[in-house]
Design a protein around this ligand. Sequence first.
Ligand code: PMP
Length: 407
Amino acid sequence: MYSLEDIRKEFPILGKEVHGKPLIYLDNAATTQKPLCVVEAINQAYYSANANVHRGVHYLSQLATEHHEEARRRVARFIGAPSPEGLIFTRGTTEAINLVAYSAGEAFFLSEGDEILISTMEHHSNIVPWQLLAARRGAKLKVIPLTPDGQLDMSAYRSLLSPRTRLVSVAHVSNVLGTVNPVEEVTHLAHEVGALVLIDGAQAVAHTRVNVEEIGADFYAFSAHKIYGPVGIGALWGRPEVLKQMPPYMGGGEMIEKVSFEKTTYNVLPFKFEAGTPDYVGSTAFSAALDFVERLGIEAIAHHEEELLAYATERLLSEFPESYILGTAPHKGGILSFGIGKIHPFDLGTLLDHMGVAIRTGHHCAEPLLHSYGYEAVARASFGLYNTREEVDYFFEALHRVVPMLL
Ligand code: PMP
């Protein structure tokens, strides 16, 4: 296990005070804080390697290109992709899913009544792009129900799959329930009926080792900012043989081979899906974040977060008998979504904030999921690699102060 004391020094923001109290940052599922090496990678890119990439013959452009393409190889390696060919930089998970919904939609949704399968636990960014596709192509959106503890109902999933299913898209880890889904099995079953599979890895990459080859899915989407990297960049990995059949998502520079007013031909993968100047600064910072995570070890991080989750879960249930938890699957990422009696989560979050504790409240961009449990909002504490047991203790001290005021 790494030294928490040393690691925390690499995150200057964790030393900040909020409302005169030390910050306790428990909103890591929304975004993670950034270590010095990531901020420094951004500085260095601007200080010493800033030029537009790919077409420049001059030294600086070639240097920036080298850094950007090295970052692509780094990100591909991190998720076990066999080559960087299928690794497309996007603005994040949301753009990655929209890219597939648009472009795979054009290529593979051929007749009215083709079906898309998602699950009840999806984030809005894994719902709305499919609704848009369904409206465009006359496709049907179907939804896999959950078991009461917040796992995919696999027998319902089996019966929803049919030869009409063109695509299945589910989260690897739920941002509300924390459930880790059996994505290999989901993929295997979908492939049996000839459907493509997209896995939304936004909440998974920072907490579990991802290997796209082992999962077997056709697409894997994630965001750098959830894994200690910069905001504004993420990745879509796609199986090259599938991506090659898909038309471009956006048109512009970089994604072309030749342009005339009569006809344009497209660049090879992955550039075909990267119109415009790419975020070559973000990509190098993304790569630095992955180096940082690898240095600590994803298994050590996962283990640490699981311990914090187990500790917080046990304390919540034993010290607040009127509390409830959304998502009680046996295998969870470090996410605790909860409520206490009739207290409105927003009030809880506001009072906790006054004590320096940052949690998230609301529907967490998963309104259908919350509604399926009969809630409009819940509170969510989510753990990152730098959180400590003492912080969890302070969180509970704060809860004991604020809960009696609100009950
Ligand atoms: N899917 C899940 C499961 C998420 O948690 C999030 C972010 N909350 C997203 C998708 C969207 O990620 P981004 O906003 O970085 O595109």
